[in-house]
Design a protein. Structure first.
Length: 248
């Protein structure tokens, strides 16, 4: 991880143009420029936050995708979620709690950094932004519910399809994918298995079956869902629920 010498000014934030993100107002942008404490860049595989450690900053993903995961003492890992542009990282640190998870970069990433000690000032001076942060935390819980349902109730084909549709849906809403239903993400079969609770053999077999059926084409560096509506119906993924997400 390294500091970016020329951070983007908040009024020129590229997230303002993403179709799935709600624009900040003029006064909010002025305040966020004061609240912002710089930007950092990550290479693929770099850890932003380590499980069990305390940290002093909040982050907003400006570009790229990150992985949130938890590990057991014997090295087994559960990928909990993927973080996309506009997502807020490190909220636990705002309440003086050590992180319960690791955040690492799936691809090269750029993040806005904010001071933890200014968090309460943000909530006091801009309660609308405070509400947005609460909304983001609630939305994160909703996403986790969907993934838990996959682990507990969906079969392997449904799990993989649900994940592919969810990833593509998030990518399209955050300017990382277009309407061709293709998203470039180097997610390995081992990472899919770590997310979905499947063995590598079962993951490989499932991916090949879904490709034969024309539901999901999951390659080493990209995901293609030829018919997004059909795949969403198969996996029981409701794409109509997401409104524009706030961000800070």
């Amino acid at each position: 991880m390294h500091e970016i010498a020329d951070p983007i000014a908040c009024p020129q934030c590229p997230l303002q143009a993403c179709p799935g993100l709600r624009e900040l107002g003029e006064q909010q942008l002025v305040y966020m420029e004061e609240f912002k404490d710089g930007e950092v860049a990550l290479e693929r595989g770099d850890a932003l936050i380590e499980e069990g450690e305390c940290h002093e900053r909040l982050y907003t993903v400006l570009d790229g995708v990150l992985i949130r995961s938890r590990s057991l003492d014997d090295g087994r890992r559960q990928i909990v979620n993927f973080m996309f542009p506009g997502d807020l990282i490190g909220l636990q640190g705002a309440f003086d709690e050590p992180s319960s998870h690791t955040i690492e970069a799936l691809v090269e990433a750029r993040l806005c950094r904010f001071r933890k000690d200014a968090f309460f000032e943000l909530v006091a001076k801009h309660p609308t932004l405070g509400y947005d942060i609460t909304w983001l935390a609630a939305k994160e819980e909703t996403a986790l519910e969907g993934h838990i349902v996959s682990l507990g109730q969906r079969n392997a084909r449904e799990r993989v399809t649900y994940l592919a549709v969810w990833l593509l849906d998030r990518a399209q809403s955050t300017c990382l994918a277009d309407e061709q239903n293709i998203v470039s993400l180097p997610i390995t079969q081992a990472q899919i298995a770590d997310m979905l609770g499947l063995s590598l053999v079962h993951t490989n077999r499932t991916l090949r079956q879904l490709q034969r059926e024309g539901l999901v084409e999951w390659k080493s560096r990209e995901i293609h869902v030829p018919d997004l509506a059909k795949a969403a119906e198969f996996a029981q993924f409701d794409r109509s629920k997401d409104n524009c997400r706030p961000f800070i």
